[in-house]
Write a protein that binds this ligand. Structure first.
Ligand SMILES: CC(C)(COP(=O)(O)OP(=O)(O)OC[C@H]1O[C@@H](n2cnc3c(N)ncnc32)[C@H](O)[C@@H]1OP(=O)(O)O)[C@@H](O)C(=O)NCCC(=O)NCCS
Length: 153
């Protein structure tokens, strides 16, 4: 990847990054997290938010939110800005989660994804996740099944 960017973990007293994530959430997801949800997430030390920012502007290009509790990790959110997709950022962000989980000695990572979300499902398979089940009509707006995926470290 040729673009210059910088990856960092957000801490509890994050500045306008929480607001920027909430703005991206609104653009990308029908069940967008609010800025308050992002800030609430940051209060728990078992939650992790990593952002990938443009080195020059500081703008967030993509982010990943996950939790590591006891022996299990869960991917909560992953998004890359529309104009930055297809350049390997999603893979970098998932790789950061996998590395963090390995560091903690955690066994499994679980996630849910819309059944029709081929880009995300392909990305997760490429990163070693496999399907373990389906939750019928799990998502709303629009209604859709969730595929549950797991990765064993
Ligand atoms: C899913 C998402 C994070 C992928 O990010 P990205 O930076 O574009 O992905 P990458 O460039 O790292 O691609 C990695 C792999 O993902 C898969 N992939 C990515 N975009 C794809 C597409 N449009 N169609 C099919 N597969 C795709 C491919 O396997 C790709 O590997 P390849 O380049 O060797 O073919 C991005 O599309 C996104 O933000 N989507 C909206 C939010 C979302 O759906 N989040 C996941 C919720 S569970």
């Amino acid at each position: 990847m040729k673009e210059s960017f910088n990856v960092k973990r957000l801490c509890e007293n994050a500045g306008n990054e929480a607001e920027e994530i909430a703005t991206l959430e609104k653009e990308i997801f029908s069940d967008a997290w609010s800025e308050a949800s992002v800030r609430e997430t940051l209060k728990r030390d078992y939650n992790y938010i990593y952002i990938c920012c443009d080195n020059l502007t500081g703008n967030i290009k993509g982010y990943i939110i996950f939790s590591i509790v006891c022996d299990e990790a869960e991917l909560l959110r992953l998004a890359v800005r529309h104009d930055m997709r297809g350049r390997g950022l999603g893979e970098i962000l998932v790789g950061i989660m996998v590395d963090e989980v390995k560091k903690k000695g955690t066994a499994d990572i679980l996630l849910e994804v819309r059944k029709g979300n081929a880009p995300a499902i392909n990305l997760y398979k490429k990163q070693g996740f496999y399907e373990i089940g389906v939750r019928k009509n799990y998502y709303k707006n629009p209604d859709e099944d969730a595929v549950i995926m797991k990765r064993i470290s």
